[in-house]
Structure formats: C-alpha cells, structure tokens
Design a protein around this ligand. Structure first.
Ligand code: TZP
Ligand code: MG
Length: 214
C-alpha cells in the first residue's frame, strides 16, 4: 500500500473552456499555497489535450514535490508519469488497473456508501477511497446522495484497521476541515473551496492552517 499524503487534497477541476494557461495558473496557485496532493480532473478534455494538461501539471507538481493524481484515466497517469489515478465507480475497476499499473503507484476509488468501500477493501487493489459527498456539492453533475459526517466517521473507524486510507470529498469548505479531520479522515478533497476563492493561494494556505489546527 502506498499512502496518500495526509491533509488537503486539492483538485484542479478543468472546465471545457479552460486551456493550458488557466490550468497552469490554478495549479501554481494551489501549489504555492502549500498543497501536497493535487488531482487533475478534466472531464471534458480527451486524448492529446488531456495528456498535454497532465504533462504540464506533472512538471509543476514535480517541481514542488507534490503527489500528482490523474482522475479517471490510468493510461494518462502512466503516460505523464503521475503518482497515481483516481477511479470512479463506473471507471475501470481497481483490480484490473492494479494488474497493469506500475508498482507503488497510488489507486484511489470513489465510494458513496459502506458497501462500496467494503468491496474496494476486499479487492486489495486500492490505496485510498474518496468517500462522499459528505455535504451537498455543486461541483459534480448528478452527485450521489449526501453521506454526512457521521457516516464518514463510521467508514474511517472501519478503515482504520485496514490498509486503506479515507479521503473525504464533497462540499467541504475550509471551515469544515477540522470536523472532517476529527471524523478520522486522512485527507479532504476540495474543489470549490479553493478554486472558487478570489485568491486561490490564500485559500489553500488557510485550508492547510485549518487542517493543522485540530
Ligand atoms: N465527487 C464527489 S463530490 C465531488 C466529487 C468529484 C465534487 C467535490 O467538489 P466540491 O466543490 O469540493 O464540493
Ligand atoms: Mg471517474
């Protein structure tokens, strides 16, 4: 098992209209604010456009020593030299990816309830689960039902005995970070709390402070 670094897990959510320069400036701001884990989520970029973004983010994360995860696409993760991939319930399954993935690369899987988390755990193929949405979110189309902090705490307690980390996701604001950490999550994945801020770097700094404050 390779552990995802603890704390703030920043997601660069590249919108269809976002080109390389915009993705680069969001990435720089998150990294200069101190993000140690960064995921590239670019649902509407495909093929060579996606790989170009991923290569750029890989260079920037490498420079700052941050862990880089690519959403959805293990092939792109390998091609750009990322540290891992994040898979949804409808993406390639973690067992298949693990068979083919370079050793020690990280595999994360989105889970929306305990049953899904148990299936991931029994596959022994993933390093962490992304659990949520913990709160209502507007960053995902057709999000799964909100799970809440109590369910998050139960999943964290259950996963504590396993080689499986839990990263909370969905509607997490900077002010909610202490609650997420107290629930036992290893990390908290944020989109709008960071990218929706007028100063992304300052929001990231504040997020790291809030995480450390517990
Ligand atoms: N998966 C579950 S909720 C979510 C994803 C990708 C979106 C999280 O975004 P935000 O803005 O932090 O709620
Ligand atoms: Mg996915």
């Amino acid at each position: 098992m390779t552990r995802i670094p603890a704390g703030v897990y920043a997601i660069v959510d590249a919108r269809p209209e976002h080109g390389l320069a915009h993705v680069e400036s969001m990435t720089r701001a998150l990294l200069s604010g101190g993000a140690r884990v960064l995921q590239l989520r670019a649902k509407s970029h495909r093929g060579r456009a996606l790989l170009a973004l991923a290569h750029r983010v890989r260079v920037l994360t490498e420079e700052s020593g941050a862990t880089f995860i690519v959403d959805d696409r293990p092939d792109v993760a390998v091609l750009c030299g990322a540290d891992g991939v994040h898979l949804g319930q409808n993406d390639l399954d973690a067992v298949s990816v693990r068979r083919w993935f370079p050793v020690r690369k990280i595999i994360g899987v989105s889970c929306h309830d305990l049953a899904q988390a148990e299936r991931v755990a029994s596959s022994h193929a993933a390093d962490y689960i992304g659990f949520g949405p913990v709160y209502p979110t507007r960053s995902k189309e057709a999000p799964d039902p909100v799970v809440g902090v109590d369910a998050l705490a139960r999943v964290c307690a259950w996963a504590g005995a396993l080689p499986l980390d839990v990263v909370a996701i969905g509607g997490i604001t900077v002010d909610r970070l202490p609650e997420i950490r107290s629930a036992g999550a290893r990390g908290a994945a944020l989109i709008s709390a960071l990218l929706g801020a007028s100063d992304i770097r300052a929001a990231t700094e504040r997020a790291l402070e809030q995480w450390a404050a517990v």
